[in-house]
Structure formats: C-alpha cells, structure tokens
Design a protein around this ligand. Structure first.
Ligand SMILES: [Zn+2]
Length: 251
C-alpha cells in the first residue's frame, strides 16, 4: 500500500518545508513536493532540507505561470525550458516522477491551436523525459472551461508516447468521468486523492465529499501507483481522517 501526502496541505500556512516534512514523516512514506509559496522546494536550501528525512518524493509543477498548451510559441518554449528546471530539482530530491499540468486555453476560438500546441509539447516532453530519466506525468484537470485535459481526450492519450497520467480522482469526479479514466488505467502512473461535493475543487478529505470511493475501491487497488493525498488548507485532523479512510479503503 503506497500512500503519500502532498505538502499542499501546508500551503499558505505558517509552516516551513522542514516543519511540514517533520510532521509528514511520522504519518507516511511518500510526500509530494511542490513549487509554490511557503512549500516551494526550488527555494533557498529546501532541496537539502528534503534529504534529511526518511521519505520518498514525487514533485508537482508550479500552479502558476506555465502553459504547455500556449499557441504563443515563445511562451510554450519557455514553459518547456522551465520543466527542465523542475526536472533538475527532481533529480536532486531523487523524485520518482513529476506531475505537470497540461495548460489552459481561455477562448474557444483558440482551442484547436492550443490542442496542437499541447500535442507538440507532449512530443518534446518525451525527449526531455529520456534526457533526465524521470517519469513525466500529465494531470487531468478540474471542471473549469479553460483547462485542457478535463477528460481522457483521444488526441491527448494517443500522443502521450512514454509519458503517463497523474489521475486526479477529485478533478475527474467534477467532470463525471472517473470510470472513463479507469478504462485507460495502463496509462496511469500516479494518483491524486481528495474529495469534493461535485461542484467545486474543494480538496476535501475522503468522506467529507460525495465521491463513492468504495465503488472504485477495486480500480484504485489494482493500479500500482502511489495514492497521494492532496488536501488544501485543511487541519491535521482532516489529514489524519483522510489517511485512515484511505488505508481502510486499500486494505
Ligand atoms: Zn495538480
């Protein structure tokens, strides 16, 4: 049973990375590091800090600034350049894999161009993945119109090459397509676990939203991936509740 917790639960709290890791080390073996705010592993000597804990890591890209689907070639290129910086950090923290967001497109008029740009990025990411020898995964996004990859679009899946998917079950629930993603479970290398009531991307602990986790128990158990709890701004009680519920589910 590979269970982890993302440092996202400490984003915008008064904790620094070492305080966060000290707490998480007592709870789990896997931690997802991030590149934002007070949890930004790319800042100062945070990479060294990660090395003093008995934890295995995955690494999540920054939530802002990157757009791998930009049809503005300069922006797309600089996004890919930044992915290399993330991978350099991933090498230093000995990360199992990195999680990338697919990017976004605000206006319908631009969608086809954005999709073509994303496909181009996926091809280039395959080369970057070979260069760094770290698994790159693309995460399915929540139900806001601007996000790319809200459902398992054929054009995207067919162009993944050797990239894999981070399957975010909370995001997928918002898009009502959990079963669709489990149909392509061979493409899933990492799983984000959180709950919501079907309307907003609340990142709640299991049991405080409306996802019927028991219904998907078998699918979740069958995928050999880290089940990474990704709560946002929640209490340690909520975190413990989620860890316990996940352990119970995967037993
Ligand atoms: Zn994400």
């Amino acid at each position: 049973m590979k269970i982890g917790v993302s440092t996202s639960v400490f984003l915008d709290s008064d904790k620094n990375l070492s305080e966060a890791l000290e707490i998480l080390e007592k709870k789990v073996k896997y931690v997802e590091l991030g590149c934002d705010g007070n949890m930004n592993v790319m800042l100062d000597n945070n990479v060294e800090i990660t090395q003093s804990y008995d934890l295995k890591y995955t690494l999540h890209c920054p939530l802002t600034d990157l757009n791998l689907s930009s049809f503005r070639e300069k922006i797309r290129k600089v996004s890919l350049e930044f992915v290399k910086d993330i991978l350099e950090t991933a090498v230093k923290v000995d990360a199992n894999l990195i999680v990338l967001h697919p990017g976004y497109c605000v206006f319908k008029y631009d969608y086809e161009k954005a999709l073509n740009s994303l496909i181009k990025s996926l091809k280039e990411l395959n080369n970057i993945q070979d260069e760094f020898n770290i698994q790159i995964t693309i995460e399915n996004m929540p139900s806001y119109d601007m996000f790319m990859f809200r459902k398992p679009d054929k054009e995207i899946i067919e162009n993944l090459g050797d990239l894999k998917i981070t399957f975010d079950i909370g995001h997928s629930f918002l898009n009502k397509n959990i079963s669709d993603f489990f149909k392509i479970s061979d493409k899933i290398a990492h799983i984000h676990i959180h709950d919501n009531s079907g309307e907003f991307d609340e990142h709640l602990p299991i049991g405080k939203g409306k996802i019927n986790f028991n219904y998907f128990k078998k699918d979740l158990k069958n995928i050999n991936a880290i089940k990474m709890i990704e709560l946002q701004k929640k209490s340690m009680e909520d975190l413990d509740l989620c860890i316990n519920n996940l352990k119970e589910l995967l037993r």
